[in-house]
Design a protein. Structure first.
Length: 141
């Protein structure tokens, strides 16, 4: 026997009742209290998550980007890389015919990026550099 479309037996005023409304395809109303119960449960969950993360409830914690290129900041090599010079700004451009890099090193330079050319010790570190440079692409007006 199906309960679809039947209102009897729903635990009104609770989140379980709201789930029963949804399953039975019976619209929940303000009068039955299920909508208020769901709103209160969501607010409590948001407040609990905000307390856990150390932010204020209702405030979003993201960095707003206005499209204006920022000056490059100091870049550290990827976590766990033992090479001290990995990720440093390249003194010379290898593409201009200057001094070659040490064996196995890679220079990352992405056209259109505000990030300067940098030297990395390996392919995995260079992948980090490519991703960083792509994130800092200049926005054309």
């Amino acid at each position: 026997m199906s309960v679809i479309g039947k209102d009897e037996g729903i635990e009104h005023g609770t989140t379980k009742g709201y789930a029963q409304h949804t399953y039975r395809k019976v619209p929940a109303t303000e009068a039955c209290g299920c909508l208020k119960a769901v709103r209160d449960a969501r607010a409590a969950k948001t407040k609990q998550a905000a307390a856990k993360n150390g932010t204020k409830a209702g405030k979003r914690s993201f960095v707003q980007h206005d499209g204006i290129p920022q000056a490059p900041r100091a870049v550290r090599s990827p976590a766990g890389c033992p090479e001290p010079d990995c990720g440093q700004e390249a003194d010379t451009d290898i593409y201009a015919g200057a001094v070659p890099l040490p064996r196995g090193w890679v220079q990352v330079k992405v056209s259109g990026s505000t990030e300067p050319a940098r030297s990395y010790c390996s392919g995995s570190c260079a992948a980090f550099g490519v991703a960083l440079a792509e994130l800092r692409m200049a926005v054309s007006a």
